[in-house]
Design a protein around this ligand. Structure first.
Ligand SMILES: [Fe+2]
Ligand SMILES: [Fe+2]
Length: 316
């Protein structure tokens, strides 16, 4: 089976009962089976049935990718969706794409492909005050590099928006956050997927991912701020981070944002060796136990993001 000829999509990005402009396949026993022809519609029952078997994704032929992308974009900008529905569609279609981006050997193409995702998130978060709370509630509790990267990107856009960033800056910040851990590609998989604490040698390898990331991005046409998010996101406001031990305002402001959202996502996500904290506990832990590691003004903005998102919810 030629998997490279197809890309995965998530079922929630499809509108039930309306004709779709691309073909859908499913993978049955390593064979791609035509599930729905373009021009046909999928029923609500079928979607519900499929949602319960989430391990079984839909596939679309690669040559129809532009049709799928404009379909999703049209759905989001059509005005027919509520802000929660928009958040669901956008996150669903992005997670499949981001998963693919992280497996792609061509970083330039991945950066190019990510532009539409980032623009959609910036517009949604900046235009719809309630979108951020929906996006936070949809964030994944399982830790995979691509889920993590997408959620860090979403939180960073939310934080940047509260901090008054322009749309152009929010796009750079969203891109930098999406690619902040790209250097982990050059760290061995056994270290990345190890379930349990790393030994000294493994930890030294792992701590090289910001440099690896910078080397990767230096070959691409990206803004300096995008590179800074990648290279400086493990620096600490106190000067005891890595790799350069930069201090306070010597750290790029966007990297200071990613330092906050990266830790928040790690604390609230389940890994094999820890239990996830609730959003509230994670924020309290970061404020009181780790507080001095972060830019105090940006930490305040992060608290504001969480307060706005959860002020109407009892789960916080
Ligand atoms: Fe990192
Ligand atoms: Fe990270």
């Amino acid at each position: 089976m030629d998997l490279e000829k197809y890309f995965k999509i998530r079922i929630n990005s499809i509108h039930p009962s309306k004709p779709i402009p691309f073909d859908i396949f499913i993978n049955i026993n390593n064979k791609m089976v035509h599930y729905l022809r373009r021009g046909n519609a999928i029923s609500v029952e079928k979607i519900l049935n499929f949602e319960s078997k989430s391990s079984n994704p839909f596939y679309v032929p690669v040559e129809q990718r532009p049709d799928y992308k404009s379909y999703v974009h049209n759905r989001i900008s059509s005005g027919e969706l509520s802000s929660i529905e928009k958040a669901v569609v956008l996150r669903e279609c992005s997670i499949a794409l981001v998963e693919e981006l992280f497996e792609s050997p061509d970083i330039g193409q991945a950066l190019e492909e990510s532009k539409q995702i980032i623009t959609n998130f910036v517009e949604l978060i900046d235009d719809e005050p309630t979108a951020m709370s929906h996006l936070i509630s949809l964030s994944s509790h399982d830790f995979y590099t691509y889920n993590h990267s997408l959620d860090v990107s979403i939180y960073s856009i939310g934080l940047g928006s509260v901090a008054g960033y322009s749309r152009l800056d929010l796009k750079e910040l969203g891109t930098g956050a999406l690619f902040h851990d790209i250097g982990k590609r050059n760290v061995s998989t056994s270290i990345i997927t190890k379930s349990g604490p790393l030994n000294d040698i493994e930890w030294a390898q792992m701590q090289k991912h910001p440099q690896f990331g910078l080397q990767i991005l230096n070959d691409e046409n990206v803004a300096e701020s995008v590179k800074a998010c990648c290279f400086e996101h493990h620096e600490s406001f106190l000067g005891n981070g890595y790799p350069q031990q930069l201090e306070g305002e010597d750290i790029h402001p966007m990297a200071r944002i990613v330092a906050i959202t990266d830790t928040y996502d790690a604390l609230t996500t389940k890994r094999t060796y820890n239990k996830p904290m609730s959003p509230r506990d994670a924020m309290l832990f970061m404020t009181h136990k780790l507080g001095k590691k972060y830019d105090p003004d940006l930490m305040e903005a992060m608290n504001e993001v969480m307060f706005r998102a959860y002020s109407s919810s009892t789960n916080y």
